[in-house]
Design a binder for this molecule. Structure first.
Ligand SMILES: Cc1cc2nc3c(=O)[nH]c(=O)nc-3n(C[C@H](O)[C@H](O)[C@H](O)COP(=O)(O)OP(=O)(O)OC[C@H]3O[C@@H](n4cnc5c(N)ncnc54)[C@H](O)[C@@H]3O)c2cc1C
Length: 392
């Protein structure tokens, strides 16, 4: 089948890889003019790690990525409150890596090895599913016909808007805004430690990475509209929101305009009753963004893409059957991840003093041997059996 995949992030190239393996002809269209590298780090583990393993890309992810051995909570003076070893949560098995989102995307794309067509600097502006196929209009290139179209175009998916309707129906605000930026040459450094400071309404995290780069992640409570396309307004909002915050916050905010990459968005979830309609399907954040609070969006994006491709293969091209199985196999699993992420919002941006005390106490307890595994261990093991993938 000729299958158009909109978006070459994490979900899109994963789907292209598995569709090509099954003998389909995938085409990826990406609105960015190039596939970038670097950007914010994602922790990558669980069933998504298993998919990466089946694609043979784990060694490359480990080469490009990091193992961050310690998460440390500090107070407004920088005094250590708690320290958690990642091995006590993840186990020592090495089924875990932190890697720049764009490096993960690039590694997946490289694994396709030219078996998918890639169109850069373009997007879809019209999707006409006429039952026998899908006629697609592009912003720049000529219109084309496909058998199926898959939206893998992230949280603000154009495909979802065109085929399923407006964002308001599906976007669930977590009332938290997230900003991530890198600070070359920032001091002080704690090599490969995630140092975390939280007060009522916000959390600031810094991670010292290779090449003298520090990554800063800010999550803050926010209600109302966000300036999504105006960087100066975004940075102004952060400065106002965190005015007077302790620890190193003032120095980080002062250095912020010098950052090379800057990410800013709402920490929303996407909740949809159905991820498919006719000959169109959604995967990844476009279908079911769990928000960064889940710490697992990339892994879920890969699982969804893998399962969709496996179900298409098992149904021998009967897309209606495959789409129904895709939804029923993953729906409850994804919902449980989204529900879990919502509960974690208080850790990323405590609502009140009690939340701050509870968060810090929980982190102290998790620093004790065995407690972390007892409390968190189960949530780090995905309750899903991946279907087999054995193309003819
Ligand atoms: C700050 C932050 C921290 C995170 N931390 C983690 C973590 O620790 N662990 C984890 O697993 N996940 C994490 N996530 C979530 C993770 O980044 C996403 O869930 C994951 O990237 C989703 O993959 P995707 O392919 O669905 O979407 P994306 O990665 O967003 O990719 C979508 C692609 O589609 C392209 N696109 C968008 N619109 C169009 C269009 N109209 N036409 C064509 N192309 C388009 C985009 O340019 C992009 O390349 C984090 C997210 C954030 C914001």
């Amino acid at each position: 089948m000729r299958i158009l995949i909109v978006g070459a992030g994490i979900a899109g190239p994963t789907l292209a890889y598995w569709l090509a393996r099954a003998g389909h002809q995938p085409t990826l269209v990406e609105r960015a003019p190039e596939l970038r590298s670097g950007g914010y780090l994602v922790d990558f583990w669980g069933a998504g790690f298993d998919v990466a393993d089946r694609m043979g890309i784990v060694p490359e992810l480990q080469r490009r990525g990091y193992v961050i051995p310690e998460a440390r909570a500090v107070d407004r003076t920088g005094r250590r409150l708690a320290s958690i070893r990642s091995s006590s949560i993840m186990g020592a098995a090495g089924h875990y890596v932190s890697v720049a989102r764009a490096d993960l995307a690039a590694t997946i794309y490289a694994a396709i090895g030219g078996a998918a067509e890639l169109i850069l600097d373009d997007t879809v502006i019209g999707i006409d599913d006429h039952g026998e196929g899908v006629h697609v209009a592009f912003e720049r290139g000529p219109s084309r016909d496909f058998d199926l179209v898959v939206g893998a175009d992230g949280l603000h998916s154009r495909v979802r808007q065109l085929v399923f309707g407006s964002d308001e129906q599906f976007e669930r605000s977590q009332h938290i805004v997230v900003a991530v930026f890198d600070l070359p040459g920032y001091q002080p450094r704690d090599e490969l430690v995630a140092v975390m400071y939280a007060e009522v309404g916000f959390q600031v995290v810094r991670v010292s990475l290779r090449d003298d780069v520090t990554m800063v992640v800010i999550t803050a409570r926010h209600d109302g509209a966000l300036p999504l396309h105006d960087r100066a307004a975004q940075q102004g909002l952060l400065r106002a929101r965190l005015a007077g915050a302790g620890w190193e916050t003032a120095a980080m905010l002062e250095a912020m305009p010098r950052s090379v990459t800057f990410y800013f968005d709402a920490a929303s979830q996407i909740r949809m009753p159905a991820w498919t309609r006719g000959r169109v399907a959604l995967v990844g954040d476009a279908a079911a963004c769990p928000s960064l609070l889940a710490g697992q969006g990339s892994a879920l994006a890969m699982v969804e893409s893998y399962v969709l491709a496996a179900e298409l293969m098992a149904a021998d091209g009967d897309h209606a059957t495959a789409f129904a199985r895709y939804q029923s196999r993953l729906g409850p699993f994804v919902k449980s991840k989204q529900d879990g992420a919502r509960r974690l919002g208080v850790a990323f941006a405590p609502r009140n003093r009690l939340d701050v005390v509870t968060r810090n106490t929980a982190m102290r307890l998790m620093g004790l041997p065995k407690v972390a595994d007892l409390v968190m261990g189960r949530s780090f093991h995905d309750a899903i059996d991946l279907p087999a993938f054995s193309p003819a």
